[in-house]
Structures are given as C-alpha cells and as structure tokens.
Design a protein around this ligand. Structure first.
Ligand SMILES: *[C@@H]1O[C@H](CO)[C@@H](O)[C@H](O)[C@H]1NC(C)=O
Ligand SMILES: *[C@@H]1O[C@H](CO)[C@@H](O)[C@H](O)[C@H]1NC(C)=O
Ligand SMILES: *[C@@H]1O[C@H](CO)[C@@H](O)[C@H](O)[C@H]1NC(C)=O
Ligand SMILES: *[C@@H]1O[C@H](CO)[C@@H](O)[C@H](O)[C@H]1NC(C)=O
Ligand SMILES: *[C@@H]1O[C@H](CO)[C@@H](O)[C@H](O)[C@H]1NC(C)=O
Ligand SMILES: *[C@@H]1O[C@H](CO)[C@@H](O)[C@H](O)[C@H]1NC(C)=O
Ligand SMILES: *[C@@H]1O[C@H](CO)[C@@H](O)[C@H](O)[C@H]1NC(C)=O
Ligand SMILES: *[C@@H]1O[C@H](CO)[C@@H](O)[C@H](O)[C@H]1NC(C)=O
Ligand SMILES: *[C@@H]1O[C@H](CO)[C@@H](O)[C@H](O)[C@H]1NC(C)=O
Ligand SMILES: *[C@@H]1O[C@H](CO)[C@@H](O)[C@H](O)[C@H]1NC(C)=O
Length: 689
C-alpha cells in the first residue's frame, strides 16, 4: 500500500516538473561548481584560482566569495565566450594586463569588494582591453579618484558603473571623461566633498546618478537636463539650486533627504519631477516671521568659482521658489523638517499630487483653500505636528483615502471635513479628543469641544488610541461601517463594557481595547454581537475572569496580556474559539499553577501559537513560575494540595456523619419494638398464621 502511494507521488512530481518553465534543465556539476545551461556558479567554494575544467562555451561565470588574489593572463584563456564574470568578495589585488585579451565578448564584470587599489595601474591596463564592456562594478576596492580615472580610461562603451564604497573625495571633468554611453553612475558612500563644474557634463546619456552618503555641502547651478534620477540623500547639503533658464529637465526623481537644507530647493522651471524627497532636513518658510517685512526682498548671492574666474549669482528666494512648474509632482515627502506653515498657494501648483507627507514638522495651522486644486491627493500625513482644532481647514480633497492626524493638539475636526470624500482611513490617535454624546446638529451649531464620528459612510479604519477619551458614548460610531478600530490606551473609556460599539459590532474585524478600563468580570463584557471579529486586543485591562461570550467567536488573534486571569475556561477553548484561534498572547497574568489543564489543552491543539509562550507564568504560593516548564516539585505540591483538601473535608465531615449514625441507631433501638409491631400489623392480613 505504501509503495503504491510513493509511486503515485513520484509520478506527480515528474508531472509537475514537466509543466514547469522550459528552462528547467538539470544542473550538472564540475568539481565544486554547478552548471545550468551556459552559466557556471562557483560561489563560496574557497577557490584560490579560476577552475580550468569548465566547459569552453561558458557564458556566465560566478566566482563570488572565493579567495582569488590574482587574475593571470591564463586564467580566462579557456573561456573565450564569457559575457558575464563576477568576482565579488575575493582578495583580488592584481589583474594581469593580458587577462582579458581572450574575453572579447565580456559585457558584464563585477569586481566588487576586492583590493584592486593595490596594483591599480596594472589592473587599469587589463580593463583597457575590454572595449565592449557595458557594466562594471568596482565598489568597495579602496580606490581614490585618480585610480578610478585610470581604470576608466578606455571604457567608452560603459553603460553602468558603480564605484560606491571607495575613497573618492573630489571629482572633476577628467574622471569620467570618455564615458559618453554611461546611463547609470553610482558614487554612493565615498568621501566626496567637492564636485567641480563640468564633471558630468560629458555624460550625455546619464540618467541615474547616485551621490548618497557623501559630504557634499551644496549643489548649485544644477544643470544636468538629461538626468532622470538624482540621489543626493545623506550628504550635508545646505543648498540645492538649479540652473536658471527655460530648459526642460528630464528629472523625475530627486532624493535630497537626510541633509541640512534650510530652504525649499530651487527646482528647474520645467521638469518631469514626480517624486521629491526632502525628509529630515531643516526646511522652513520664512516670510511670516514676526518681523519679516525686512526679509521680503532678501536676495542671496552665490559665488561660483571655477579655475580663477568667479561668477556671482543673485537669487531672490521667495520668487524663485514659486516659479517652477510642479504640475507633474505626485509624491512629496517633507517630513522631519521645521515647517510651521505652508505659503498660500504652495500646494496649488502641485495639481498631480497624490501623496503628501508633512509629518514631524511644527505645523500649527493648515488651510487648504478652494483654489488649491488637490483633486488627486489620496494620502495626507500630518502626524506629529502642533495642529490645533480650529486651524485645520481641509478644503476640497475629493480623492482623499488616508488621513493621518496622529499626535497633534486637535480637540475636534469639523464634522463636515469627511463629508465629500471617499476617505477610508483616519488616524486621530494621541490627540486630546472627546467624542460627542449626540449627533452634531445639522444647522452647523456644532459642539466645539467634541468630535462626531457618526455617519461617515466610507470610513473603514479609525485609530483613536491614547486620546484620553473619558467615555465612548453609546452609538458613537453609528452609520460609520468601521472594520478596524483602535481605542487602546483610553483608560476608563469602556468602563461599562463594549456596549457603545454595538451599532458597528457586526462590521468590526480588528478591534483593540487595550487599557480601556473594561469591567473586571468577564460576565459583564458581552462580545456575542461581534460575529465577524478576527482580531481582538483585550490586554492591560483588569479582567479577573474570561469573557464567556468570546467562546462563540471565530477569532484568529487574541491578546489577553496584562490582566488578572487565574485560568482560561477549558470549555471555551473546546468551542468555536479554540477551533479558529491561531495567535494568542497570555503573559502577565497570575494563572494558578494547579489549574493548568487548559494550558495542556492548548499544547495539544497545536493550531494555537502562544507567541509569548516563554513569558507565561503561573502563581504558586505567591511565587511566579514559568508555565512552559513547571518543575515537578510544583506539580507534586499541587497534588498534595488536592489530597490535603480531600483529607480536610473528610476530617470536617466525619464527626457529623458519626453523630448522625449514632442518632439513627438510638432512634432505631428506642422505637424497635413499635416499629416491629407496625410492620407486623401491616402484613397481618396476608400473614398465614
Ligand atoms: C601578460 O600579458 C601581457 C600582455 O600580453 C604581457 O605584457 C605580460 O608580460 C604577461 N604577463 C605574464 C606574467 O605573462
Ligand atoms: C550582470 O551580472 C549580474 C550578476 O553578476 C547579473 O545580476 C546581471 O543581470 C548581469 N547583467 C547583464 C546585463 O547581464
Ligand atoms: C583602448 O581601446 C582601443 C580599441 O578601442 C585599443 O586599440 C587600445 O589599445 C586600448 N588601450 C589600452 C590602453 O588598452
Ligand atoms: C537613495 O539612496 C539611498 C542610499 O542607497 C537609498 O536608501 C534610497 O532609497 C535612494 N533613494 C531613491 C529614491 O531611490
Ligand atoms: C526681530 O526684531 C527683534 C527686535 O527688533 C530682533 O532682535 C530680532 O533679531 C528680529 N528678528 C529677525 C528675524 O529679524
Ligand atoms: C559665469 O557666467 C558666464 C556667463 O553667464 C558663463 O559663461 C560661465 O560659464 C560662468 N562661469 C561659471 C564658473 O559659472
Ligand atoms: C588664471 O589667470 C591667469 C592670469 O589672469 C591666466 O594666465 C591663467 O590661464 C588662468 N588660469 C585658469 C585655469 O583659467
Ligand atoms: C506646466 O507644465 C505642463 C506640462 O508639463 C503644462 O501643461 C503646463 O501648462 C505648465 N504650467 C505652467 C504654469 O507653465
Ligand atoms: C500615522 O503616523 C504615525 C506616526 O507617524 C504612525 O505610527 C501610524 O502608523 C500612522 N497611521 C497610519 C494609519 O498609517
Ligand atoms: C498568588 O497567589 C496568592 C495566593 O495563593 C496571592 O496572595 C497572590 O496575590 C498571588 N500573586 C499574584 C501575583 O497574583
């Protein structure tokens, strides 16, 4: 029988393989190397040389993570058809000048993480004989700018070059002089502090330039019109100024995050910019400073020196900022800056904006006016600012889906804010909010100190964690079909149980009631209406017994940490709850070590993952013991405890029983005669004598 089923599964495997992609040829092995088609993989074999016994028609050869020190003239002689060669993470110090003479087809060469700085002049001569090379990776080789320049001298066909993680400090036009075909250049993680004008000018095909993690203090007269992506993140940039003029830039993505920019960058007038990343800078707008009238006409003068000529550029910052056409911008990240307001009309120019991140600034007000057409905006993050209630005017945002207002100073949001949107997600956590006990009146005389969240038909996810809610009024969310609700850390908000949520109970799938002051007795907490709930967090309440109503739910995740539960009821785990549950948190409860049948049952179930298993403890004579491995002595003590209890009962009931027995005997003896007579008289009729 078993052999039959084995045969069946084997043939199944072959069937599946037969249907797989056509390239599923079996790998063959050459010594330590693995070959698939014309690609040979000798990764991580501690090889000190290039293996000589590989097929002569090998096209791709990977020798990563080996210990090769020298690539000799003869190393690659047998493999004239190599197109891709990778020697990452070896100990290469020298490539002999003739090493590549036989590899005329080599297109793709990775020499990352070696020590090619050691004999760079010889290695440069070897690279010079690769005029067809398209892609070269020299990252992590301790190369200075002069070494790089020498190595690139004859590589005019290069399309992609990485010299990341080297020792480059300055760049001028001589370094990349001949790389007219270059499309992608990675200079990440060097020590570049100075880039002379004209350095990249000869690179007419350059589309992607990565300068991240260097020490560049400013970029002025940025004029690489052909560039599509510029990554200058993680430098010390204080200025980014594009060249003046009406030239159309191809620029699509500009990453200036993690710098020291003080002003919004001066962008090209015309570009195709769709992603602008300014996270973690010091950008602010200064026109509204207390005595800023004097600042209105401030101009900034830049001295641009090249050789011994000096040009002075004068910019009037306020005008320039607003003169670029940002109609294609769709993603703008200005988080972690110093913004305390946005100039009027600032967003109005960004007609395609879909994601706007303004979190972690000091915004006190935000007004989006009717004439700022943010019709495409779907995600707006305003978390961690200083927004107060009446200073938030979200104008027409018809496409808005997600609004993050977490950690502000909002006491309410005008009830009509969400009226004409398709908003699905609102995060209002960590605001000093209270919910309105009644529906806000339609005549606009809304209660200014509370927030009405009823009848927002599109809303599905709402976060009200840590708002200091005193109470959740009954029917607080009626007409708002929430599936995800977080009410955690509102101490006392649900002191009367989850009844206020009854209107939306059937919709809810994920509910967090952590630290909401639920009533301690599980009997007072009725979850029977929450039939679609999948995840429930009841941690950090003071539950002293398990809410029985949970046993009929199909929960997948349940969090009971930090309560006062002595045990879980076994029968609850045997019902629907036990069948569906897959993730359970239980730590920080004073479970009783002597009534852990339920714990053993959970183990047997195997379907439940008690995530904090190791931290679950039980209480035995006031000491806490890990429940996972209970010492035998504890079990014995528990057994003794039950035996002792039985003895105690025996001792207590024995005298009573004895007394009763004696009394019965006395009664019997006293009335024995009468009783016998009574019996006799009863049977007299039928007695034969
Ligand atoms: C390797 O080849 C180059 C160029 O053909 C030649 O100059 C050099 O002497 C050779 N090196 C060795 C060690 O044979
Ligand atoms: C170049 O080689 C790397 C691996 O070494 C590979 O991931 C990449 O696809 C290759 N590129 C081309 C154009 O062959
Ligand atoms: C550079 O490449 C050309 C062919 O494009 C070749 O004739 C010349 O010898 C190479 N220079 C060096 C230094 O290898
Ligand atoms: C810029 O480079 C950094 C560092 O490599 C990287 O984390 C970031 O994602 C890059 N930015 C873009 C837009 O690709
Ligand atoms: C504003 O005016 C005060 C008093 O005249 C002065 O001390 C302060 O430097 C001014 N601030 C700016 C930004 O000009
Ligand atoms: C200085 O300005 C002149 C004329 O605008 C321009 O041709 C020249 O390239 C500039 N020089 C520098 C170093 O920017
Ligand atoms: C600098 O100026 C001097 C004289 O004014 C001139 O001879 C020299 O060529 C200039 N150098 C450069 C790099 O322009
Ligand atoms: C901005 O550029 C777009 C095309 O990219 C063009 O349709 C639009 O008219 C320009 N707006 C202004 C104000 O120049
Ligand atoms: C809102 O922002 C906070 C902090 O920036 C973040 O922790 C939270 O996950 C965000 N909320 C949503 C719904 O994305
Ligand atoms: C452990 O149980 C004892 C009684 O057996 C009780 O006094 C003590 O408070 C319990 N400890 C905890 C942490 O609940």
């Amino acid at each position: 029988m078993e052999s039959v089923s084995l045969g069946l599964s084997l043939s199944l495997v072959f069937l599946v393989a037969g249907w797989g992609p056509t390239g599923m040829a079996l790998a063959t092995h050459h010594g330590p190397c693995k070959q698939v088609h014309r690609a040979v993989d000798c990764t991580g074999r501690w090889q000190g040389t290039v293996p000589a016994d590989l097929p002569a028609d090998t096209q791709a050869l990977s020798l990563d993570h080996n210990t090769i020190r020298t690539l000799t003239n003869a190393s690659l002689l047998q493999y004239p058809h190599l197109e891709t060669l990778s020697l990452r993470e070896n100990r290469l110090e020298l490539i002999e000048p003739g090493a590549f003479l036989s590899s005329r087809d080599l297109r793709n060469l990775s020499l990352a993480d070696n020590a090619l700085g050691t004999n760079y002049a010889v290695t440069a001569a070897a690279l010079g004989s690769l005029p067809a090379l398209r892609k070269l990776d020299l990252s992590g080789n301790h190369l200075t700018e002069d070494m790089v320049a020498a190595m690139l001298r004859n590589l005019s066909s290069l399309e992609s070059l990485s010299v990341a993680r080297n020792l480059i400090m300055r760049l001028d036009s001589s370094v990349f002089e001949h790389l007219g075909q270059l499309q992608e250049l990675n200079l990440e993680k060097n020590y570049i502090y100075d880039i002379e004008g004209g350095t990249f000018e000869g690179l007419l095909g350059l589309q992607r330039l990565n300068l991240a993690y260097n020490y560049i203090p400013c970029i002025v007269e940025f004029g690489l019109t052909q560039l599509k992506t510029l990554n200058a993140s993680n430098n010390v940039l204080e200025w980014f100024l594009s060249a003046e003029g009406e030239a159309v830039f191809e620029l699509e993505t500009l990453d200036l995050s993690h710098n020291k920019l003080l002003f919004f960058p001066l962008l090209p007038r015309q570009s195709k910019l769709h992603t602008l990343l300014l996270r973690d800078n010091e950008v602010s707008f200064y026109r509204h400073l207390p005595n800023a009238t004097a600042l209105l006409d401030v101009t900034v003068q830049f001295l641009v020196t090249e050789g011994n000529t000096t040009n002075i550029t004068t910019l009037s910052l306020w005008e320039e900022v607003s003169s670029s056409n940002l109609s294609s911008l769709s993603f703008l990240d200005m988080s972690q800056n110093q913004l305390w307001y946005l100039p009027a009309g600032f967003l109005g120019r960004m007609t395609s904006l879909s994601h706007l991140k303004l979190n972690q600034n000091c915004l006190e007000t935000l007004h989006i006016q009717d004439r700022e057409p943010l019709g495409e905006l779907t995600d707006l993050d305003l978390s961690h600012n200083r927004l107060g209630d009446l200073q938030l005017g979200l104008g027409p945002l018809p496409s808005l889906r997600a609004l993050n207002l977490s950690a502000n100073r909002l006491r309410s949001v005008p009830p009509h804010t969400f009226a004409h949107t398709w908003i699905t997600t609102v995060d209002l956590s960590h605001n000093p909010l209270q919910l309105c006990p009644q529906q806000a009146s339609a005549d606009g005389a809304e209660d200014p100190v509370c927030m009405d969240l009823r009848n927002i038909a599109s809303l599905r996810r709402l976060d009200l964690a840590g708002c200091g809610l005193e109470v959740v009024p009954s029917r607080a969310f009626s007409g708002t079909p929430l599936t995800h609700l977080d009410l955690s850390n509102n101490q006392g908000a649900l002191a009367r149980g989850p009844q206020p949520l009854r209107a939306i109970a059937l919709m809810l799938q994920v509910l967090s009631l952590r630290n909401t002051g639920l009533p301690p007795s599980g009997e007072d907490i009725d979850f029977s209406g929450f039939q679609n709930l999948l995840s429930l967090d009841l941690s950090d309440n003071s539950l002293t017994s398990f809410p029985e109503s949970l046993s009929g739910l199909s929960l997948q995740t349940l969090d009971l940490r930090g309560n006062r539960l002595p045990s879980l009821p076994l029968h609850a785990l045997q019902k629907q709850l036990g069948r569906c549950l897959s993730v359970l948190y239980l730590s920080q409860n004073p479970f009783d070590c002597c009534t852990l049948e339920w714990w053993d049952f959970l183990h047997q179930l195997r379907t439940v993952n008690v995530v904090d298993r190791g931290q679950v403890t039980c209480n035995s004579s006031s000491t806490l013991i890990g429940a996972e491995r209970l010492p035998a002595s504890i079990l014995q003590r528990c057994r003794w405890k039950t035996v002792n209890m039985a003895l105690l009962y025996l001792v207590l009931t024995l005298p009573a029983c004895l007394t009763l027995l004696v009394a019965l005997a006395v009664i019997f003896l006293t009335f024995k005669h009468k009783l016998l007579q009574l019996v006799k008289s009863q049977y007299r009729v039928s007695s034969p004598y």
